[in-house]
Design a binder for this molecule. Structure first.
Ligand code: PMP
Length: 360
């Protein structure tokens, strides 16, 4: 019998995809993944460990992490039966697409954006429709409205503030989309804490809206993998069908509860410092000949560069130990790199390195 190539059994559209990966480079100054540069405070760490000591590690965690859902509902101003916590918001992106997208279904996104939306929708067999950002790297609201009306996508996914460009969708524009479409509209608010805005108040009026959030950025818990979804209870219940049982481990659930309880005193001040540093970094980068930063509502920004982004990445890493993200492979971003906002010292290292590289 002739031996067949097992890869022939992989869906052709999956074979064509490039895997979503991250270069394993390490740098002393890590500005490549938009994490909270101040990390987890001693108070938060101790309180989480103290609570874990009295919990039973040999038993399954809660089937539904109700105590976390309640705290998140309070935090977000929404109802607990409309909250789903997940193993990172990535899991909830996947679950939402699993219940909305498949052969013959369509997802509309606006690119450049977080690469996972296209990746997961494609793996699931759906068609991905893409509306480019405008020339200032903001949402092209008119084009989005037109595409929603013409294409009637099953799901629309927008990231606000958008990774990697930092632009935000205005509430009035979003409401118009919510009213125009008969699809589910997902707003990924992974970075909302840095923007001072949220679309969560629209949940009460729009049963087709789902909001995703994460503990990986402002909440400083990327290593523990927690995210959550806010939606009308009926929609939340459907998405839950694609979430694996016990997706959230007990340790992560506990840490997330502590983080929400202590947000005001332990985490919000770090968010405020990041926002102040973002504005300083923006101004300083504008003063470097050859660089043009793009205003951002998140804890990162893209920067247009007169030197090839690949070379800026390599030189920052090799000469200065600063790790950034080369986003030049994204649509519309051929001349751009992305930097996360770090502590003042980290940002000074970045600025010092860039000034050297762009000298003369
Ligand atoms: N959404 C966006 C826009 C992101 O940038 C990221 C992380 N890079 C995620 C979701 C994933 O977050 P999590 O760690 O919660 O899976």
């Amino acid at each position: 019998m002739t031996k067949h190539n097992p890869l022939d059994k992989i869906k052709p559209r999956v074979r064509e995809l490039k895997a979503y990966t991250l270069k394993p480079d390490r740098g002393a100054v890590k500005l490549n993944q938009n994490e909270n540069p101040w990390g987890v405070s001693e108070t938060l760490r101790r309180e989480t460990i103290k609570r874990m000591e009295s919990r039973n590690w040999s038993r399954y965690p809660d089937f539904v992490p109700a105590s976390l859902h309640e705290k998140l509902a309070d935090f977000a101003g929404w109802r607990a039966d409309g909250v789903v916590a997940g193993n990172g918001s990535n899991e909830l992106i996947q679950a939402t697409l699993m219940v909305t997208v498949g052969e013959g279904r369509r997802a509309l996104i606006s690119e450049p954006t977080f690469a996972l939306y296209r990746q997961v929708a494609t793996v699931l067999g759906g068609e991905v429709l893409s509306v480019p950002l405008d020339d200032e790297l903001g949402f092209d609201v008119a084009a989005l409205r037109e595409a929603v009306g013409r294409e009637r996508p099953d799901v629309v996914i927008l990231c606000s503030p958008n990774n990697p460009t930092g632009c935000r969708i205005e509430e009035a524009a979003l409401e118009e989309l919510l009213e125009t479409t008969d699809g589910v509209v997902v707003i990924d608010e992974a970075y909302f804490e840095f923007s001072g805005r949220t679309v969560a108040p629209l949940l009460g009026r729009h049963t087709n809206l789902a909001v995703f959030r994460t503990f990986s950025k402002a909440m400083a818990l990327a290593g523990l993998r927690v995210g959550y979804l806010l939606a009308a209870p009926e929609l939340a219940r459907e998405v839950s069908k694609a979430v694996l049982p016990y997706n959230l481990n007990r340790f992560s659930q506990t840490a997330a509860e502590v983080a929400v309880e202590l947000y005001e005193s332990e985490l919000k001040p770090t968010v405020e410092r990041v926002v102040a540093e973002r504005e300083r970094l923006f101004t300083e980068l504008q003063n470097v000949e050859g660089l043009a930063p793009v205003r951002s509502h998140a804890n990162f920004m893209v920067v247009r560069s007169s030197i090839e982004p690949r070379r800026v990445y390599d030189e920052l890493l090799e000469r200065f130990g600063v790790l950034i993200r080369d986003v030049s492979g994204y649509p519309k971003l051929k001349d751009y790199f992305r930097v996360s906002v770090g502590t003042p010292e980290e940002n000074d290292c970045l600025l010092g390195g860039l000034r050297e590289i762009f000298k003369g």
